[in-house]
Design a protein around this ligand. Structure first.
Ligand code: NAP
Ligand code: HSE
Length: 428
């Protein structure tokens, strides 16, 4: 089987290396030898330490009838979408690690793959795999789509961005500054080309949407769901977390109840003895609860060249073995009874707030009165001076409704002694 790699960067070059270094086990498992016929890059003069033919012209690969499978590892949405569409239309199989592409176009691509499998007679027509798009080296797509297919999925809670987990772990455990640790994650090949995708929660949201489509068949875009990042987490928040037995992690959460499906990505305070709180560094961890199986947990490296390429190569082997397209998101026919997306305002959670105030008489009374007026009950309150005239109020609540918290924050912001927009972190 011949493959063409579109994008020979961190992941693409690891794919080429793994196919070469592990050729014995790979061809034994695939039942055929797998060759990299050529690769596409932007800059031909970069030394990649690879002995494969490189070009800047993607059409060379798409028009090459001897290439059976296109492996899309260039990233981005629009150009990658064009490449993948053309590859499917030409009857080639496709493997991608591109979660941004899938966050926007997974349902269209599913239809195109189905059509290609039905109409074209090439060996791998309609084969479309994307295991590496969520949680790098962890086979979570396989587990959710195939291993748990007998279950109604009740919830998914995941640490699904390695960069954020790496950063939060270093900030919590070593007190390292945000900016220097982001640079380190970039140098290690964990971060996206634009790291605001990582720290802003968008990358985790892209992955959450892919998982939610498999679990619930739900077709929503990143713009439809709650996405917050880790940019506002400060040393004071970390100190509060430590004092009260929490860690702070970025989580992607999908949860089903009778009102619909809740999808959200945000920083969370998690009790430090929970399993998911112990997942540190670049590691990812995902808890999936099925109605029949109960809770299952998946753990492994969520980013980096080799870990991600391990999943990409597994998909290539899978296509070589079966040569048949299977339902991309696991549904062969529409689900009965559609799931609807729950409104963000209906989320119920415990909350933590950091409110920077001028430290003077009556401030605390006025702040706590606003909590009462918005039906929010305080669990812990803690005051930490920040300078001679200011202090941070660190407050956690009992269960409250997102709508009430948002109203409270708006009311707090309007007080003349509140110096900055209060920071809020949800407690899981
Ligand atoms: P990367 O290191 O930036 O590599 C991208 C590659 O694509 C480079 O070789 C680049 O060429 C090439 N490229 C980009 N735009 C191109 C264009 N218009 N024409 C031709 N070539 C183009 O990215 P990466 O980290 O390998 O990530 C690749 C994909 O995997 C992304 O979708 C990413 O989200 C996903 N992913 C990455 C990881 C990870 O840990 N890195 C994990 C899971 C999924 P040059 O080398 O010449 O610049
Ligand atoms: N930037 C992503 C992360 C790469 O840090 O998790 C893996 O998808």
């Amino acid at each position: 089987m011949n493959i063409g790699i579109v994008g020979v960067g961190t992941v693409g070059s690891s794919v080429a290396k793994i196919l070469k270094e592990n050729a014995d086990v790979i061809s034994a498992r695939a039942g055929v030898d797998i060759f990299v016929k050529s690769g596409v890059v932007k800059n031909l003069s970069k030394d990649r330490g690879l002995d494969i033919k490189l070009t800047t012209d993607v059409d060379e690969l798409l028009n090459d009838e001897s290439i059976d499978v296109i492996v899309e590892l260039m990233g981005g949405v629009d150009e990658a979408f064009e490449v993948v569409k053309k590859a499917l239309a030409k009857g080639k199989g496709v493997v991608t690690a591109n979660k941004a592409l899938l966050a926007y176009h997974r349902f269209e691509l599913q239809e195109m793959a189905k059509k290609a499998a039905f109409e074209l007679d090439t060996a791998y027509a309609g084969c479309f795999e994307y295991e590496a798009s969520v949680a790098g080296g962890i086979p979570i797509i396989n587990a959710l789509r195939d291993g748990l297919s007998a279950n109604h999925i009740e919830s998914i809670r995941g640490i699904i961005n390695g960069t954020c987990n790496y950063m939060m772990t270093k900030m919590m455990n070593e007190g390292v500054e945000y900016a220097s640790i982001l640079k380190e994650a970039q140098e290690l090949g964990y971060a996206e080309a634009d790291p605001t995708f990582d720290v802003g929660g968008y990358d985790a949201a892209h992955k959450l949407l892919i998982l939610a489509s498999i679990a619930y068949g739900i077709d929503v875009k990143p713009e439809d769901i709650l996405i917050e990042g880790i940019q506002n987490v400060s040393k004071d928040d970390i100190a509060f977390a430590k004092e009260f037995g929490y860690v702070i992690k970025l989580l992607g959460i999908a949860k089903k109840d009778s009102d619909g499906v809740e999808l959200r990505v945000h920083a969370c305070l998690i009790k430090k003895d929970e399993m998911i709180a112990k997942i540190d560094g670049v590691m990812n961890g995902i808890s999936v609860v099925g109605d029949k199986v109960g809770e299952t947990l998946y753990y492994g490296p969520g980013a980096g060249g080799n870990a991600t390429a391990s999943a990409v190569v597994a998909n290539i082997i899978d296509i070589a073995r079966s040569g048949k397209s299977k339902p991309m998101m696991g549904y062969d026919k529409p689900m009965e009874g559609d799931f609807t997306l729950k409104s963000i305002e209906d989320i119920v959670s415990k909350y933590y707030l950091r409110i920077n105030v001028s430290d003077k008489t009556g401030v605390l009374a006025k702040v706590t009165k606003l909590f009462e007026e918005n039906n929010i009950s305080i669990e812990i309150i803690f005051q930490k001076p920040t300078s001679g005239t200011c202090a941070n109020l660190l407050i956690s609540t009992h269960l409250a409704c997102e709508k009430d918290i948002r109203n409270l924050i708006t009311a707090l912001e309007a007080l003349e002694f509140v110096n900055k927009k209060p920071v809020m972190i949800r407690i899981v």
